[in-house]
Ligand binder design. Sequence first.
Ligand code: ADP
Length: 763
Amino acid sequence: MGALDWFWKAMGSSSERNDKKSKSIATGAGELVAELSALNDADLAARARSCAAGGELKDKSTFLACLAVAAERKLGLAPFHVQSQAVLRLLEGDVIQMATGEGKTLVGAMAATGFALTGKRVHVVTVNNYLAQRDAEWMRPLVETFGLSVASVTEKLSADKRREAYRSDIIYAPVNELGFDVLRDNQIISREQTVQAPADVALVDEADSVLVDEALVPLVLAGSRKGDAPTGHITNVVSRLREELDYTISQDGRTVTLTDAGAHRVEHELGIDSLYSEDNIGTVLVKVNLALHAKALLIRDIHYIVNEGELQLIDASKGRVADLQRWPDGLQAAVEAKEGLEVSEGGRILDTITLQELMRRYPTVCGMTGTAVEATDQLRQFYDLHVSVIDRNNPLQRFDEQDRVYATMAEKNKAIVAEIQALNATGQPVLVGTQDVAESEDLAEALAELGIEVNVLNAKNDEEEARIIAEAGDEGRVTVSTQMAGRGTDIKLGGADESDRAAVVERGGLAVLGTSRHRTARLDNQLRGRSGRQGDPGLSLFFVSLEDDLVVQGGEDDSLVFNPGEDGRIESKRVNAFVAHCQRVTEGQLLEIHAQTWKYNQLLADQRIIIDKRRANLLDTDPAWKELAQRAPQRAAELADVPEAAKVAAAREIMLFHLDLSWADHLELMDDVRESIHLRAIARETPIDEYHRIAVREFKELAQRAVDDSVETFNTVQINENGAHLDDSGLARPSATWTYMVSDNPLAGSGNSVIGGIGNLFR
Ligand code: ADP
């Protein structure tokens, strides 16, 4: 737990009471199972429904027993006592911590069924398409027993199919698809085009990933438009700058700053007076900064790869290629220019929403994960969520070895290879968690040279990954994977069919090795959790070097004395404690960045709510025609012959068009302001206040401008029985739209690059 230990201790009594209550209800359910097993499906469903009459779950024991009977009958899974407890905590709106392999999929489906029986529509939020589909199909027989409908929404589904799916009681969908549908639904011009039906509950799988790690990731809806290509000249000039002389990189590797000499050099080569002049600060300087950022901070094969002439981002928290992700437009173009690739069409951003903002739209949020406790502070601070820890069904048999610390990275790497070789020689399966794709590949190469066959997981698709990871527990396997690849898939000992289980158990189960400690203990524990499921034997072990980023960035301690052994290993309690300290420092920094970025996002989130309301009002009622006719009575009179319905639709389309355009402009402007605020902050102004002041002022103008522009269009555009001919006046909506996620952080921190830069200022 974090800095709020004292607080949680004080809170202990109430959560303990909840815990006791849940346990006794679950016990009560267990006693009813035998009796209810005698009921046929229809009677069972009726019994469960009667527990949920009036939109509230009354007799929870009976309700749980009905679900347990159905789960055993339809899925062949009789819920464990702890699973029933977990269901209750979810129904109370908590985030539950349940270890990997304890059966969260069933728990989630039972809780979703409970919510649905009380008339609530539930979105079960998954981390990818593959899991959405798998879980919906797996759990379908259970849900349908109670006369409820279930569907999954995945990337490939057409708008019509989605619309149908969203009408179900329970919808499994990856978080980005849910967000993209929200964004697309905010571009429609008549109500029947709406795709997503409102939901009451978000039940989030891998809750810490979605709600914390990726909370600040913006989902983006963009529309076609020729992009503003960044000038090759600036890229060229910047490519010749030298580290230390012309620019410096902060120690945490998150910000790069031009030195005075560097600035002079750029000014000289570009033939301009000053980068910081009023004329240049918002244009040339921004481009120079982007180019510099691309050159100095974004490293090929760590932050991105180049594949067939295209740039593909690597998702920092998963360490794998993120197909849907782009950097903010300017940065993407800057990296493309740096690599000499064709600069992709920019398009324009129509709308964006962060995962955090998306999740906060649901009246009820609850979730499940193997690692919630370490995210307690964030879940409380950002979502007002409480964490409930659910006991394991079988005691943990995994042995967590103390970190092995080495003086240098080279010595550490050598030790890792040697350890894998030793484990592999005994036939024990090994899963190695690396920090990034480049490291995975280096390691795989080193092992291949020793004749060890390795399965590397990084850039493959989710389904393929799931298949490989499911086999990671087989005898003699070595699997190398970046952090999250294949998450959500069970690793059974002896292979997916468990045929070699006895042999693997005898060899000690799955050994999980971490090639360094992660930015947070939570990420470490996610990796550890892949071993030791349901009472299986297992081993976890992390390697650390004093040259690791975490240690270099996390702190200094001159008083540390140590004598590395011949192989570079340092065996000292104080050094181990120091590594833990460095991790806590980094955790604190991440929390601070999150909190600060949240402040930046919050104002826009509030403004979006106002825009959403206005939009809904324009869509569902007819104020548009009235407003426009009042503002331009002469024009209204000219249209006397046009049928009423066509006039109303035309007015609506015009007002929606300008509302959406103004909002997109607003987002773009505020994005620029964020960047220049970062520059202004160097001049010691308080950036957040300044940002707020501008956002409020601009938002007021936005509203006025949207109306003024609508009146102007109303006066000039052709309107007849077919509605308003916006296309003829060059006011068409983009003919094509596409969606993507902005990389959660090119710099292995949190937030995107620009946000990272801002975060920095507050330390
Ligand atoms: P988690 O998501 O918590 O890691 P899963 O939902 O993938 O776990 O379930 C892990 C495994 O446990 C699955 O193979 C599932 O079939 C099995 N399982 C879950 N609940 C039960 C149960 N009550 N009885 C027997 N097996 C179960």
